[in-house]
Ligand binder design. Structure first.
Ligand SMILES: NC(=O)c1ccc[n+]([C@@H]2O[C@H](COP(=O)([O-])OP(=O)(O)OC[C@H]3O[C@@H](n4cnc5c(N)ncnc54)[C@H](OP(=O)(O)O)[C@@H]3O)[C@@H](O)[C@H]2O)c1
Length: 258
């Protein structure tokens, strides 16, 4: 499959590296205007170009990973060459309807919301599409399943997916950083504290994903009555742990939706 990624920034590069590593039989091209900082991708067999139309005729899938305000420029440039090709947009806030207008309804359009863990094959890549494109959607779902999970969602939930899935990476990292800071206070050097905190968060996620149960069921396995875990956990809740997360997530969503 020939994959053409337009917008080799944080996300575009993460998608390129992830797909080149975890998805077999893919040829990947990444474009951006100033390619100097992504020349290193060539070492992984990824083609780098500054012209968005470079070899686009050979592309099976075009992935858009530019900022929302760059959408019109890019689509006006490539639209004459995208007839019938699958267009997958990771651009937040730009609807399928808008993308269809730019492409004269001549291409199947998919909106995705991955996160940068796609580089390590571990993204939650939400996808939305219209009914007309559901057959082709299977190809896109199969592609992104190589680099994580692919929840199919309604398009109206795309902003919520941006917050929970994409911004969520930052929230999770801040949790790990806070654990690390506490770890230093209770006796570890920073590197050891970080290694323990990061692996513990990974282990907790892995248990949830593999056992497919409610977090509280796993918490029950860790909390001995009158033990040290439950007193710490309750103190965190008294200080607003869950509440601050919920409020933060809702504030992020308000920022997107205005
Ligand atoms: N970062 C994330 O975690 C994440 C997650 C999910 C979704 N998203 C969405 O993905 C999109 C990109 O986000 P980002 O964080 O990767 O932004 P970014 O790092 O700023 O990347 C955008 C890239 O687009 C390139 N670009 C700008 N105009 C272009 C043009 N006309 N043709 C080709 N390339 C062009 C820029 O490079 P040049 O200036 O050199 O052209 C830049 O490298 C956004 O819509 C964002 O909402 C991001």
């Amino acid at each position: 499959m020939n994959i053409h990624i337009i917008g080799g920034g944080n996300l575009g590069v993460a998608i390129a590296i992830g797909l080149s590593k975890y998805s077999k039989n893919t040829n990947i091209t990444v474009t951006r205007r100033n390619t100097e900082s992504i020349q290193y991708l060539r070492q992984s067999g990824i083609t780098v170009a500054s012209d968005n139309t470079f070899q686009i005729q050979q592309a099976d899938v075009i992935i858009l990973a530019v900022k929302p305000h760059q959408t019109a420029t890019v689509l006006n440039e490539i639209a004459p060459l995208t007839l019938g090709k699958m267009i997958v947009s990771a651009i937040s806030g730009i609807t399928i309807e808008t993308l269809r207008q730019f492409t004269d309804n001549a291409s199947p359009i998919f909106r995705i919301m991955p996160n940068i863990a796609i580089q390590f094959g571990a993204s939650a890549t939400c996808i939305a599409f219209i009914d007309k494109d559901k057959e082709q959607a299977q190809k896109v779902i199969t592609l992104f399943a190589d680099v994580g999970t692919v929840p199919v969602i309604e398009e109206k939930l795309m902003d919520a997916a941006t917050v929970l899935g994409a911004c969520g990476t930052a929230y999770a990292l801040r949790y790990i950083r806070a654990s690390m800071q506490a770890g230093i206070e209770i006796g570890f050097d920073s590197q050891t504290a970080l290694a323990i905190a990061a692996q513990t968060a990974k282990g907790a996620s892995q248990m949830l994903l593999e056992e497919k149960i409610h977090p509280e069921q796993l918490i029950d396995r860790v909390t001995t009555p009158q033990g040290c875990t439950i007193v710490g956990l309750n103190e965190m809740e008294h200080q607003g742990f869950s509440s601050s997360l919920i409020k933060g997530i809702k504030t992020s969503l308000q920022k997107i939706t205005g």
